[in-house]
Design a protein around this ligand. Structure first.
Ligand code: MN
Ligand code: MN
Length: 471
């Protein structure tokens, strides 16, 4: 054997032994896993179509949970291993738990995701007529790129709560034969000046007005006949008057149902992957648990997209109250439970997009089909706003995921100076709970139509289940 050959063999050996080998998830699947991915994603797509607002996601979650034997937890009732309980927070957030064989003094395993998504909320005085067309004024919710929300079909979802307290549920657009809505944009022929504006300024927030009607009230000579005709229709169908919009929460969401993307159907396109893709992963995992060793908790929060504020957001004490109730049933102080608990903050991350390669740092980006993306820290600039998990926490998750043959990758959002983002991780860490960010890489995050890889959806579920079942 020549010197040269020996040298090459040594190099090969060292490469195998020392270099971190990143591989496409499709080269790492176990037998039968391709079928499992498809089956899982079929359920996920149904979950997306049924839940286009946090309220609808809660309803769907309750239905799935009740079906799996979960019951609302009544404060003060006894809890034994294997008991499955949940609590809804004001119809917009839900926490589920499966009681473990070990007491809560050993801590809980928590999966926390959010079920609100960026959208256009109606203002409280939304309906107006101008130039014989009727529109609804909107105020966008969460970080959107405004130019993406014009000239797409929109549905209207939400509630109108009358002064009497009666709640009227609204869902227009996803029923058979329903009308849709849209926001118009300038024609290119007259767009010379608009086209010179920066992307972020071309469509001002106050121009995101939804077109809702054009037919004037017949046999009338007063003003605002189109608006009046629209109100007459709403009054006939829902019994409301214009003043009732004041206590309404109506959201315009894209009128897209989830669908397969690609010749190979390997991806899913839909509205609201962020963060229903992780919410469904946490939920599916907890629904499947046999009595786990440690109590498993699935938290599906609201308001993440506006900073986890509000009574239904992750900063709310509602989570602590529920956990206190579980702990008190076992005579355990909440703080003693928290300090030994562990949380995966399950939220999406940015997938490397070759169309916009310059905002990513390729060596530390998440890739589609490379599995569940772990993020040691999110935040912006010098990690501002990040909870920055410890090396010990990351090591533990590496071990759990590898032991369960979960395909996963380590990632951060993008280039250091390109921008940033946050998740609920920081608010779990504030509670003295060890927390790591983990989630599905998404293309076109926060767009009306986002794209994810099916393999990554499934691996996030598999990873959540592995965490819940860690002994
Ligand atoms: Mn998110
Ligand atoms: Mn988001």
């Amino acid at each position: 054997m020549s010197e040269e050959m020996k040298e090459q063999t040594r190099g090969e050996h060292l490469r195998k032994a020392l270099l971190y080998d990143k591989k496409n998830g499709y080269d790492r699947l176990a037998d039968g896993e391709q079928e499992a991915i498809e089956a899982y994603c079929t359920g996920y797509k149904q979950f997306l179509d049924a839940g286009k607002t946090e309220r609808e996601c809660v309803d769907r979650t309750i239905a799935l949970a009740e079906n799996a034997g979960f019951r609302p937890y009544v404060r003060g009732t006894e809890l034994k291993p294997g008991d499955k309980v949940y609590r809804v927070n004001r119809g917009k957030a839900v926490t589920l738990a499966v009681i473990g064989r070990k007491g809560l003094d050993h801590g809980a395993r928590i999966g926390a995701a959010h079920i609100d998504s960026p959208r256009l909320d109606l203002k409280q005085n939304p309906l107006y007529e101008t130039d014989e067309l009727a529109f609804l004024k909107t105020h966008y919710y969460g970080g959107i790129r405004k130019y993406q929300w014009v000239t797409i079909p929109l549905e209207l979802h939400g509630v109108i709560v009358l002064k009497s307290g009666q709640t009227i549920r609204i869902s227009i657009g996803n029923g058979e034969g329903d009308p849709l809505f849209t926001i118009d944009d300038l024609l290119p022929h007259l767009g010379v000046e608009q086209s010179k504006k920066p992307l972020g300024e071309a469509i001002p927030g106050e121009s995101l007005n939804i077109l809702v009607g054009s037919r004037p009230l017949a046999d009338d000579e007063g003003k605002d006949r189109v608006k009046l005709a629209a109100l007459e229709l709403l009054n006939r169908k829902y019994g409301i008057t214009e003043e009732d919009f004041i206590s309404a929460e109506l959201c315009a969401v894209p009128a897209f149902n989830a669908c397969d993307i690609g010749f190979d159907r390997s991806l899913i396109g839909a509205y609201g992957h962020d963060d229903r893709v992780c919410a469904y992963a946490c939920l599916s995992a907890i629904l499947q648990l046999d009595p786990p060793e440690y109590t498993a908790v699935c938290m599906l929060a609201d308001k993440e997209e506006i900073g986890s504020e509000g009574v239904t957001g992750m900063k709310s004490a509602a989570f602590d109250t529920f956990m206190t109730d579980l702990c008190q049933a076992q005579g355990v102080p909440l703080r003693a439970c928290y300090e030994r608990s562990f949380c995966l903050s399950a939220d999406v991350t940015a997938a490397f997009d070759p169309n916009f390669a310059d905002v990513y740092e390729k060596r530390n980006s998440a890739f589609v089909n490379y599995g569940l993306g772990l993020c040691k820290y999110t935040g912006a600039r010098g990690k501002s706003g990040a909870s920055d998990a410890s090396a010990e926490v990351v090591a533990r998750v590496r071990r759990v995921l590898d032991d369960a043959s979960v395909v996963w990758q380590m990632a951060e959002l993008g280039k250091v100076d390109a921008g940033g983002g946050g998740t609920v991780a920081a608010y779990m860490a504030q509670r003295d709970i060890d927390t790591l960010d983990a989630g599905v890489p998404v293309l076109s995050m926060h767009a009306p139509f986002e794209t994810v890889g099916k393999l990554d959806c499934y691996m996030t579920f598999k990873g959540m289940k592995a965490l819940f079942e860690e002994v």
